[in-house]
Write a protein that binds this ligand. Structure first.
Ligand code: FAD
Length: 400
């Protein structure tokens, strides 16, 4: 593809979730109508997006072109003695598929006059006082600001480092098996391996569902361990023996779960977005809604200040809750199911979802914290008093 120009106001590296979302929020912002944007699309982007199913329950900042593939108005949770099936009244539980997201967003962005989509792998970049030089597949570009959405987050300061790792399979059955009105959000009725271990099930119809085995633990499992767990779960909870279902697609992933990793700035004019910036929620790995809010914040900030001011991290109180939960997840595994059991049994589901999404008011937080066993949290607080006093941020000396 020929370049329309060589200098842009903004260059966005990587057309994954955060790159596409940022490009859309900038290009549709009324205060940025005269700004030019280059979106650098790597040849791998479409394949990367196609391997993902995104679930979320907050639609604010979701770009207009994105279409929701499935939604559920009931959620199921199994934790300890708690077995819940509850309706959602003020929100839904939604699912977007990566290939839909990529196709709809690319189509919309290609129509926008201020956006050039450039197919290239970024080789490197360098910053000067006046701008950034970017090597887009051997061709030089310059920009006022470069937004980099690829690479790993900086884990140096993290005290607790877990991974959310998972494998999911989309299956089809001949006979009706699933209840398509209800998403199974967390099912802890499985052997707890060193961390929280659970399934979630997204039924697309009575005969089709995504069944995902998820762990919050320090290291990935061998591939066959995920497969064996999925086979056993389908057998036990859906009476589905192998041969009675077909696997039509599979996905797997690893998302960092760690404290103190949010670091959106990589230079005066180079900013990180998405997972690379450490935006996933520290204690759950949820990233989808946070990435869209981050993109909107950057666009608002560019329009208001002319520069991408540091977008807010989780507030101190959520950093502290995350820190304590990460401590319990890392050191007190036998308490994990009782904590989740109490959380879901003693709170309306929508309060729990807003809490995970950091949208609760303080009085709701107090109710959430009062609803879970307090001793593990007290111990976790005691073990991390230094960080609690710093608003949940690790001191520099803990880096390794
Ligand atoms: C299978 C899976 C399922 C997930 N499900 C959920 C979910 O249900 N809910 C939730 O909240 N979060 C979920 N996540 C976490 C998170 O939302 C995703 O990982 C999300 O894709 C992160 O977006 P990103 O833009 O940070 O990274 P990516 O989407 O990975 O985008 C980075 C892009 O940069 C490109 N790139 C890399 N190197 C270069 C280069 N040198 N030059 C140009 N481009 C480059 C890559 O090809 C890639 O497309 C899931 C993650 C995975 C892996």
């Amino acid at each position: 593809m020929a370049f329309a120009q060589r200098h842009y106001d903004y260059v966005i590296g990587g057309a994954g979730l955060s790159g596409l979302s940022l490009c859309w929020h900038i290009a549709t912002h009324p205060g940025l109508a005269d700004k030019s944007v280059a979106l650098i699309q790597s040849p791998e982007d479409e394949k990367h997006a196609a391997g993902k199913t995104w679930c979320f329950w907050a639609k604010d900042a979701l770009p207009d072109p994105v279409s929701i593939r499935y939604s559920w108005q009931h959620l199921e949770v199994y934790a300890g003695k708690t077995a819940l099936k509850v309706p959602l009244s003020t929100m839904g539980y939604y699912c977007v598929q990566g290939e839909d997201y990529f196709a709809k967003m690319m189509h919309a962005l290609r129509q926008m006059h201020q956006v050039d989509v450039i197919e290239a792998q970024i080789g490197g970049f360098g910053e000067s006082k006046s701008g950034v030089k970017i090597d887009a597949g051997g061709r030089p570009l310059t920009a006022q600001y470069f937004f980099k959405s690829y690479g790993n987050p900086d884990l140096k300061r993290a005290r607790f480092r877990l991974l959310q790792h998972f494998k999911g399979v989309e299956i089809e059955t001949d006979a009706p098996v699933f209840d398509p009105s209800t998403a199974r959000m967390m099912d802890f009725r499985v052997k707890q391996l060193d961390g929280a271990t659970f399934f979630y099930v997204l039924p697309y119809s009575e005969t089709k569902a995504l069944v995902e085995y998820t762990l919050f633990s320090p290291a990935k499992l061998p591939e066959e361990a995920y497969d064996a767990a999925i086979t056993a779960y389908l057998n036990r909870y859906y009476n589905l023996q192998q041969g009675r279902y077909r696997i039509t697609r599979s996905e797997s992933g690893v998302i960092p779960m760690a404290d103190s990793i949010y670091r959106p700035q990589a230079g005066q004019r180079v900013h990180l977005t998405g997972t690379a910036s450490g935006i996933p929620k520290a204690s759950t790995g949820y990233a989808f809604s946070r990435i869209h809010r981050q993109a909107k914040h950057i666009a608002d900030s560019l329009a208001l200040h002319g520069s991408p001011r540091r977008q807010p991290d989780s507030s101190a109180r959520y950093r502290i809750y995350d820190l304590m939960l990460l401590d319990i997840l890392s050191r007190d595994q036998k308490l994990i199911v009782p904590v989740f059991e109490a959380l879901f049994a003693n709170n309306p589901i929508e309060r729990v979802l807003r809490f995970i999404d950091e949208q609760t008011v303080f009085s709701e937080d107090v109710r959430v914290m009062a609803s879970v066993p307090w001793l593990p949290f007290l111990r976790a607080g005691g073990r991390n008093l230094d960080m609690l006093l710093r608003g949940g941020i690790a001191p520099r000396s803990t880096s390794s």
